[in-house]
Design a protein around this ligand. Structure first.
Ligand code: ADP
Length: 474
C-alpha cells in the first residue's frame, strides 16, 4: 500500500521540530463529536478509525468511520470509552498515527495524552504537562496570576474545614460560592448569601462532595453577581505561535450548564472584549499552550472580567466560532498536531475575522415538563429544521434511531448563522419550529421559550436568566 507519510525537519531559530503527516487517526469518543472529527479527517484525505462499546454496536459513529473496532468488552457503557490500555492497543495494532479525544471521556486526562506519547502515537491536543496544569484548578489559577490575569478572588487551595470558609467570607464578604474540588460540568456548586450560614452549609456541601466525587475538598470563591460567561477560543501551534478566534457568550445556563451559546458575544463593550482577548492570549503564551483550547471568564455587571478556568480540549460549542470565522477548528487541530505552523494554515491574527453572528442550541432528549429527565426509546418520526444558515451536528437524529439511557442526552446541535444576533435568533426559532420528533421527548419547547424572550433577543442575558424565568419551563 502506498505510504503517504512525509517526515521533514524544520528549523525555527534553534528549535528543530518534526512535521509528520498522519495517514490514520483514531477518535476515542462516540456520538456527534466522533462524527464531527471523522468529517474533518475525510476532508483532509485521512483514514478515520472509530472505537465503539458493546452498547454502541448499532450506533451511527461506528458506521461513519472508515474502520471501527470494539473496545471495552464486558465493561459498562461509559467505562469502555475510558479504557486507555484497550484504546491504545487498538491504535497500535491498526497502525494509527494520532488520536483525537473529542470532548468528555478522556479529553482532559493528561495520563491518556502521556500514554499516547509513550506508544508513539500523537495526541491531538496540548502537551501532557500543560493538560495536567490546566486541569488542576489551583495550578491554573496560579498560572493566570503569574501571567497577570485577574482571577475570581478565592482560596488558593482546596479546603476541608468550615472555619477556613468562614474566615474567607469574613474577609471578602458574601455572597460566596463553594465548589467541589473534584466536581465539574457545573456539578457540586453552592452559593451562600449569609455569613451565619457558611459553617452549616459548608459541612453539608463537604459531605455531599465526598459522596458524589469521592473527596469532600471544596474551593471557596467570591460569588460574582449577575455574571456573563465569556470564553475565548485559542489555537496554538508547536512553534510558539498562538492566536485567538474571538469569544463566545455562554451565559444561558441551567444549573451552571450551558444551554445556548453565541458568537461573538453580543453587547460586549469593545474595550472589555479587547482586554479579555489579550488576557487569554497572555495566559496561553505564558504556559506554552498548543492546539485548541478555551479560556473562560466571568464578566460582572461593571464590565470587570475574572478568569475561571481553561478547557484544554475542543468544546461542544466550538461550532459557533467556526461559523463566524470560517475556520474549521478540527482540521486546524489535526494539522497543528502534524507540526504545521499557524502560518502554514494561513491563520495569522490579522487574517482571522468575524462575519455575522452564530447561535448554537443543544437539543437534548430531556423532557422539560418532567424536570429535564432524560427520555429514551425509538425515534418514530424525525424531521429537522433546514435551510439557509442552519447547520446540524448529530449522530442519532433520524427516524428509527434508538436513544439509549446509557450515554449523554445530546441529540443534535442546531447552529444558526446570520448577519447579526437578532437575525440568527430568528433563523434558530424558525428552524426549531420545523422540527418534528416523535417517540422521545426533547427540550425543543424549552429552547423556543428561551429564544423568544425579549432579553435573549436584546442580548442582555446573564447567568441568572433561566433561573429567573420559571415560565420558560412551561
Ligand atoms: P465547571 O468546571 O463545573 O463547568 P466552572 O468553574 O466552569 O465550573 O463554572 C461554571 C459556571 O458556574 C459558570 O459559567 C458560572 O455560571 C458559574 N460560576 C462559577 N464560578 C462562579 C463564581 N465565582 N461566581 C458566580 N458564578 C460562578
Amino acid at each position: 500500500l502506498l505510504q503517504l507519510h512525509s517526515n521533514t525537519v524544520r528549523c525555527f531559530g534553534n528549535k528543530q521540530t518534526k512535521t509528520r503527516e498522519f495517514n490514520k487517526v483514531l477518535v476515542a469518543n462516540r456520538g456527534e463529536i466522533a462524527i464531527r472529527v471523522f468529517r474533518a479527517l475525510t476532508e483532509l484525505n485521512k483514514t478515520s478509525v472509530a472505537v465503539f462499546s458493546e452498547q454502541d454496536k448499532l450506533s451511527m459513529h461506528r458506521l461513519k468511520a472508515d474502520e471501527a473496532y470494539l473496545i471495552g468488552k464486558g465493561l459498562p457503557p461509559v467505562a469502555a470509552y475510558l479504557a486507555i490500555d484497550q484504546i491504545i492497543d487498538t491504535a497500535v495494532k491498526h497502525n494509527v498515527d494520532a488520536i483525537h479525544p473529542g470532548y468528555g471521556f478522556l479529553s482532559e486526562r493528561s495520563d491518556f495524552a502521556q500514554a499516547c506519547q509513550n506508544a508513539g502515537i500523537v495526541y491531538i491536543g496540548p502537551t501532557p504537562d500543560v493538560m495536567a496544569r490546566m486541569g488542576d484548578k489551583v495550578a491554573a489559577r496560579q498560572a493566570a496570576i503569574e501571567a497577570g490575569v485577574q482571577v475570581v478572588p478565592g482560596t488558593s487551595a482546596p479546603i476541608t474545614s468550615a472555619q477556613e470558609a468562614v474566615e474567607f467570607a469574613k474577609q471578602h464578604g458574601t455572597p460566596i460560592i463553594l465548589k467541589a474540588a473534584y466536581g465539574g460540568g457545573g456539578r457540586g456548586m453552592r452559593r451562600i448569601d449569609r455569613i451565619e450560614d457558611v459553617e452549616e452549609l459548608f459541612r453539608r456541601a463537604f459531605s455531599e462532595a465526598r459522596s458524589a466525587f469521592g473527596d469532600g475538598s471544596l474551593f471557596v470563591e467570591k460569588f460574582i453577581e449577575r455574571p456573563r460567561h465569556i470564553e475565548v477560543q485559542l489555537l496554538g501551534d508547536h512553534h510558539g505561535g498562538i492566536v485567538h478566534l474571538f469569544e463566545r457568550d455562554c451565559s444561558v445556563q441551567r444549573r451552571h450548564q450551558k444551554v445556548v451559546e453565541i458568537a461573538p458575544a453580543p453587547a460586549l463593550p469593545a474595550g472589555v472584549r479587547e482586554k479579555i482577548l489579550a488576557d487569554a492570549l497572555r495566559l496561553a503564551k505564558h504556559v506554552g499552550y498548543q492546539n485548541a483550547g478555551t479560556v473562560e471568564f466571568l464578566v460582572d455587571s461593571k464590565g470587570q472580567h475574572f478568569f475561571i478556568e481553561v478547557n484544554a480540549r475542543l468544546q461542544v460549542e466550538h461550532t459557533v466560532t467556526e461559523e463566524i470565522t470560517g475556520v474549521d477548528l478540527v482540521q486546524a487541530q489535526i494539522r497543528i498536531a502534524e507540526g504545521k505552523t499557524l502560518e502554514d494554515l494561513k491563520l495569522s491574527q490579522e487574517t482571522i475575522q468575524t462575519n455575522g453572528s452564530a447561535i448554537q442550541c443543544r437539543v437534548t432528549t430531556e423532557d422539560p415538563a418532567r424536570s429535564f429527565q432524560p427520555d429514551s426509546g425509538r425515534i418514530e418520526v424525525f424531521r429537522s429544521g433546514e435551510g439557509m444558515g442552519i447547520r446540524l451536528d448529530s449522530a442519532s437524529a433520524f427516524a428509527g434511531s434508538i436513544i439509549s439511557p446509557d450515554y449523554d442526552s445530546l441529540l443534535v446541535k442546531v447552529i444558526a448563522h446570520a448577519r447579526n444576533h437578532p437575525n440568527a435568533a430568528a433563523k434558530m426559532i424558525r428552524a426549531l419550529k420545523e422540527f418534528r420528533i416523535r417517540g422521545v421527548k426533547t427540550n425543543i419547547p424549552f429552547l423556543l421559550n428561551v429564544l423568544t424572550q425579549q432579553s435573549f433577543l436584546d442580548a442582555s442575558v446573564d447567568t441568572y436568566f433561566i433561573d429567573e424565568h420559571p415560565e420558560l419551563f412551561e
